[in-house]
Design a protein. Structure first.
Length: 399
């Protein structure tokens, strides 16, 4: 039993989509990825931890128990993966492990990346989930050891790697806890998948990584600033399902993330220094625990940066305006596509209505003809007798 618990922004969306697309191939190799829909493990995680999530928690009721039942019934390896599991409490983690049955050998997998890259990525994810908090406010909250609000609680719940592994792996032998490190920038693009595949016991070359569509790409400074400002305008007016479809998926993931020349989100110098010191303490802590490290703990040591910090709270107006124009273009094109689809549906409805009216007319003409025949039969003696016999037989058959 392989349980991948995050963290967010460590290639999790990529891995989950690749596994979901290859469920049949995996099953043929004796590996179960139990998901009838791509977000099945997400819903199960919501159910396990009783998390509210924009109404989706209502769909999640009972999802973890159904997932655990599939795990217990499968004779081979099972893979479960979702990054929000990182924030599970120790009680949640214990319940999850116990739900797989007393004979299950559970291995916990945590994918990790250096804090200097994770902190800007987490703020960006907050923005893509409708939040309007400025970058500097976000940084102050997560650096405050006394802060107890939603933002710092969530951040450290999914990013404090030693604490996550305490909760999930504290009762497991260290050889059953696997730390997969995200390679440094410039590494071969397939290296992270190769590391995951080695833990999953899969041949990485046997899976088409080019087919993955649900990766979680990053935005730049101006793009994130534009989405944050958009949130200020549409929050309270745009339903969650529409926000997910049009803002997060269409604009953020499929449009703005693909713009060339994006200026990456970075940390101010003082925040970067703090994050580097914290990362060094984590490296020492994880090394002492003797977990199975896939990659190198050196990957958690941030590389030196030579580019200046660009503040997304004060982005260049020209770049934000350009991002807005790209967004408007994408929305217009999608609106036109939806209009074409709607027009085609209306056209088909009109065709079906005509066919319905013709069918009704033909049925009406047939009934009238039958009634005329019956009326004439009633006028003739011998026909009347035959008709009475037919009706009597029909009454018997109905009984």
């Amino acid at each position: 039993m392989l349980l991948h618990v995050g963290a967010p922004k460590t290639g999790t969306s990529f891995v989950q989509d690749l596994l979901f697309q290859n469920r049949e191939r995996l099953a043929a190799e004796g590996v179960l990825y139990p998901a009838e829909r791509f977000d099945a493990h997400f819903l199960a995680a919501l159910d396990l931890m009783q998390l509210p999530w924009g109404g989706l928690e209502q769909q999640a009721v009972g999802a973890w128990d159904r997932l655990a039942e599939q795990v217990r019934a499968w004779p081979g390896t099972v893979i479960i993966s979702h990054e929000i599991l990182a924030t599970a409490s120790k009680d949640n983690a214990r319940r999850a492990v116990e739900s797989f049955g007393p004979d299950a050998e559970v291995h916990v997998i945590a994918s990790v990346r250096d804090l200097v890259r994770q902190i800007p990525a987490e703020w960006q994810e907050n923005v893509k989930h409708r939040r309007t908090l400025r970058y500097q406010q976000f940084l102050r909250q997560i650096m405050d050891p006394t802060a107890t609000g939603t933002i710092p609680t969530w951040f450290w719940g999914v990013q404090d790697i030693p604490a996550i592994l305490d909760r999930w792996g504290g009762d497991l032998p260290p050889q059953q806890v696997h730390v997969v490190t995200v390679p440094r920038p410039g590494a071969p693009p397939t290296l992270l998948w190769e590391r995951f595949a080695s833990v999953f016991g899969l041949d990485p070359a046997a899976y088409d990584t080019e087919s993955v569509q649900r990766a979680n790409p990053s935005l730049g400074v101006a793009e994130t600033a534009m989405v944050r400002r958009l949130n200020q305008r549409v929050n309270g007016r745009l339903a969650n399902e529409h926000y997910r479809e049009f803002v997060r998926e269409l604009l953020a993931h499929r449009t703005l993330s693909r713009r060339p020349g994006k200026v990456p989100l970075r940390l101010p110098d003082e925040v970067r220094s703090w994050a580097v010191d914290l990362s060094e303490s984590w490296i020492r802590d994880l090394a002492a625990r003797e977990y199975d490290v896939v990659g190198s703990l050196d990957d958690l040591r941030p590389e030196p940066e030579h580019l200046p910090f660009s503040d997304p709270d004060r982005p260049p107006h020209r770049l934000v305006a350009d991002s807005a124009l790209h967004s408007l273009e994408a929305l217009l094109i999608r609106t036109a596509e939806l209009r074409t689809e709607t027009d085609e549906l209306h056209r088909r409805i009109r065709e079906l209505e005509v066919e319905r009216d013709i069918a009704r007319s033909e049925i009406g003409w047939s009934l009238k003809a039958r009634r005329r025949v019956i009326a004439k039969a009633d006028e003739r003696g011998w026909s009347r007798a035959v008709l009475r016999g037919y009706r009597a037989v029909k009454r018997v058959v109905r009984r």
